[in-house]
Ligand binder design. Structure first.
Ligand code: NAD
Length: 268
């Protein structure tokens, strides 16, 4: 079968550069192009040179439309606004889409799901194998333990991260809520400040740390009187996310329309 053509939106970003690098060295695919934010100083430069892998003969453009026209699958690690626009373009150009962008509002997630009615769309706030396994374990443990166990999700990321709690922390909270058979929205305690009163039984709490160059650390704590169970994951290299995204892009080949998760891609 012919190689799959991959386009990268936001190819000058932290993740974008790693996606260009990993796609360039992966079997079964080739890069068709990359875009950058309008007015970016990276506009017009070679996407390989931006990523530090040498000239690839592909120029970073500003037209997402062109990118979608020439790629079989587009990967988006940018902003929620761009992800929403890209969902519309994916549907309009019959191009598969892989989205790793976090901080999406419900309406933006709905736009991805809507595109998934026309083309394969993979959306995952975390593309690493370890985190997707952790989420399965969290769901299983939450199913086994009752509300005597308080659930808290703790995360730390680098100082540049703009959304909180992280998309992964929220996804782990969702997994815990699913396991316990409750609605996360109704039980999430996302911020605590001042005189909060005692912890409400059954809530799922979140705590956020930001600093330095931490790639991503998450733990889910199940605490009761006299004992505490902690499940955790640490990423030390962004390439685990980039490799997961390329794997997802390759996986879309030959797939029917659908709104898929990394659990589908990894067969978990
Ligand atoms: P970053 O700020 O380094 O990169 C984002 C890039 O997108 C920037 O270069 C920006 O200029 C560009 N951009 C913004 N709007 C654009 C547009 N309309 N067209 C083209 N380019 C555009 O951020 P990052 O650390 O690479 O993270 C990007 C996103 O990916 C964040 O939401 C982050 O939380 C998420 N992320 C997800 C995973 C995962 O596994 N799913 C892993 C790491 C990061």
């Amino acid at each position: 079968m012919a190689d799959i053509g991959i386009g990268i939106v936001g190819c000058a970003g932290r993740m974008g550069k790693r996606l260009v690098t990993i796609a360039n060295e992966s079997d079964g695919c080739h890069l068709t192009g990359g875009t950058v934010r309008a007015g970016s100083e990276a506009s017009g430069r070679d996407i390989g040179e931006l990523a530090g892998v040498g000239r690839l003969g592909l120029t970073a453009g500003e037209s997402a439309e062109d990118l979608f026209r020439h790629a079989d699958v587009v990967i988006d690690f940018t902003t929620p606004e761009a992800a929403e626009e890209n969902a519309n373009l994916a549907a309009a150009h019959a191009t598969s889409l892989v989205v790793g962008t976090t901080g999406l509002a419900d309406s933006q997630k709905n736009a991805l799901a809507e595109a998934g009615r026309k083309v394969p769309v993979v959306y995952a706030p975390n593309m690493s194998l370890g985190i997707n396994l952790l989420s399965l374990l969290v769901e299983r443990v939450a199913e086994a333990l009752d509300e005597d166990f308080d659930i808290e999700v703790l995360e730390m990321h680098h100082r540049h991260k703009v959304d909180a709690p992280s998309g992964t922390a929220l996804a782990l909270g969702e997994a815990a809520a699913r396991g316990r058979g409750i609605d996360l929205e109704a039980h999430a305690q996302r911020v605590r400040d001042g005189v909060t009163g005692p912890r409400r039984r059954g809530d799922i709490g979140f705590a956020t740390l930001r600093g330095g160059d931490v790639v991503g650390e998450h733990s889910v704590i199940f605490a009761t009187t006299g004992e505490r169970l902690e499940l955790g994951h640490k990423s030390s290299d962004r390439d685990v996310f980039a490799r997961g995204a390329i794997k997802a892009a390759l996986w879309t080949k030959g797939k029917g329309a659908g709104f898929y998760s990394m659990r589908d891609v990894l067969g978990l």
